[in-house]
Design a protein around this ligand. Sequence first.
Ligand code: F6P
Length: 507
Amino acid sequence: MPVSEAREVAWKSLGLHKDPTLEALFAADPDRVEKMSGRLDLGETGILFDWSKTHLTDELIGDFQTLAEASHFDEMRRRLFAGEVVNPTENRAAEHSALRGVGKESSVEEAAALLERMRLLVGAIHEGVLGDVKHLIHVGIGGSALGPALAVDALSRDLALVDVHVVSNIDGCALEQAFEACDPATTLIAVASKTFTTIETMTNAASAVKWLTDNGVEDPSGRVIALTANPEAAVEWGVDETRILPFAESVGGRYSLWSSIGFPIALAIGWEDFSAMLEGAATVDRHFRDAPMSDNLPLRAAFADLYYSRLRGCQTRAVFAYDERLGLFPDYLQQLEMESNGKSVTAEGEPVNGPTAPITWGGVGTDAQHAVFQLLHQGTHIVPIDFIASIAPGDELDPAHHRILLMNCFAQGAALMAGKKSDDPARSYPGDRPSTTILCDDFDAAALGALIAFHEHRTFANAVLMGINPFDQFGVELGKEIAKKIEKGGETFDASTEKLLGLAGLS
Ligand code: F6P
């Protein structure tokens, strides 16, 4: 039977499930928490994943496993780690795991050599070989910015070896703010772009070099480091070959923080912690590659995701980190999940048989409780939620801070599930609202690496079960094309756009 038909049959059977309430599921099974949880060991620490407050049951998981078999999950996973083509529309492999040491041997070796080159440059900068370096302005956008921004913010709060400013937006206000915070005499510029053609990045890079020149920095181009899979374009742009840190074409933009795109992370936190982040991710790679379907944590997460998006019609999923250090995690996940799986056709080019990626959104607890949780508890939308927290505190203040933080996190999951009946409808909570808790023993570099890799593989697993290609992103092209046409002039657009262009003096 062709894979699309087998998948269709599996989805039909999934659609026949009754949906007992969470309360009923807990009442029926005293071992539910154990059965619906899994732990990832990261050496001395680890991460617990608790799906017991979702509607997953043994039967549902069994049927999702049937769907995974029908979708050739084992074969797709093998291809991913073997460095074979998993991105058919661009005829490419997706070898981000090779940067973590897991993948096709030759790719792992090549990635290690490129990372070694980066390690040497980072070490040289820390040792002062490039003079006094206090600041780095990292210009990049999308995958060339979101991962670095997240990791730098999460891991270098106590002590940044170099003060990093990630600038992505073409809006000059963003770059001006970085200029304000940096001394040109002690600033390096990293130009991060897989293609080295992205208009926002190249415009920001040119303005950053001009800022160095205008401020009397001798040899401004010697202060520029290029992070790219297109070294030829970087040379052409004027970057010295010794300052180019390349990475492989088979590493996708939104999967690239492990490559030289992670240069600002290593510069801010040091090589040891950067390696720990890679190793945390490698632990997830090995687990995802080797664990059977029944124990596979990213796959289990994908089952829960698809249950809510496809069988319960949930159009969004939310992530709340009860950890200030993960404030940028929802932004990072938005690109990872929505750019990967926001598709309408299968990998074979056929229309998909149901909704694809839900809208990912979120924030930090407890702030979000005082802003958006009203809707989550009493609104008409069911929003599956991931709560992320760390048992060990990140702060050194009175332990009351962390105690209250964690108590609130756990209270929200309990409240969403239990609900509360009241004679007053306005004070009634329906309950039966799902959440997953991801609880780190400690939130360090290894845990961050593991969390990100877990979400990468969860995204891949979702894509396989939906039959779509998560590694292309043609949807971002049309807007870019039209912007170029506007710049070039000579074309007429719809009446609304023409009016706006006229008002802004752009027609
Ligand atoms: O516009 C989307 C995109 O292609 C992303 O996928 C990518 O991460 C981003 O642009 C930046 O691309 P580059 O790293 O080539 O500048």
